[in-house]
Design a protein. Structure first.
Length: 191
């Protein structure tokens, strides 16, 4: 079955075989090739998507793009960065030849040119996104308060104002129908 325009990228059987990996290596390999081909095709269309977002009038774009899709795309970008081993750099500004990347295990290795360029590009994107979030956004504090609220040893230390801010954000998330992935990050919002 071919991919229909406007339909899902994967067929039901491709999706099922991707999630429940077959013990038959031929079936698994065949499905993997089809799925990778579709992924490659989607990725090759990103230039066109950027072009559409730049030139299609805003009122038409808002009819097609939802907030949840934006957050989903941001998560996809983060996951792909992890797959491609984008790693944080640590070190002293005075000793750039000693800068290191920190692996998932906590091990440190010398940062190479690719690591440095990636970090610079990530910084530019984060700075652009921070303009939309704001540097003094009270949501940053509420995010920390959610974590404190979930720990019995800190819960009783929250002030009435802290609890009021938590409740305001909790209500907003519930009223907007935040996706399940958000609840996984802050399960205490469900209360």
């Amino acid at each position: 079955m071919c991919h229909k325009k406007g339909g899902p990228l994967l067929t039901d059987s491709e999706r099922e075989r991707l999630i429940n990996r077959s013990s038959d290596s031929k079936t698994r390999a065949s499905n993997d090739v089809r799925v990778r081909k579709k992924l490659r095709s989607w990725l090759q269309s990103l230039d066109d998507i950027a072009l559409i977002c730049e030139y299609l009038p805003e009122d038409q774009l808002t009819k097609e793009i939802t907030d949840n899709q934006i957050f989903f795309l941001m998560n996809i970008a983060k996951n792909i960065m992890e797959i491609r081993h984008f790693l944080p750099i640590v070190g002293d500004i005075k000793n750039p030849d000693e800068w290191k990347i920190v692996t998932a295990t906590g091990a440190k290795q010398l940062a190479n040119d690719v690591d440095i360029e990636r970090s610079l590009k990530i910084k530019h994107v984060i700075d652009d996104i921070m303009l939309l979030h704001g540097r003094d956004n009270p949501i940053d504090t509420v995010s920390l308060l959610f974590k404190l609220e979930s720990k019995p040893e800190f819960k009783n230390r929250l002030t009435e104002d802290d609890l009021k801010a938590i409740e305001r954000v909790r209500e907003a998330c519930i009223n907007c129908g935040s996706p399940h992935t958000y609840w996984d990050r802050f399960p205490q919002i469900k209360n």
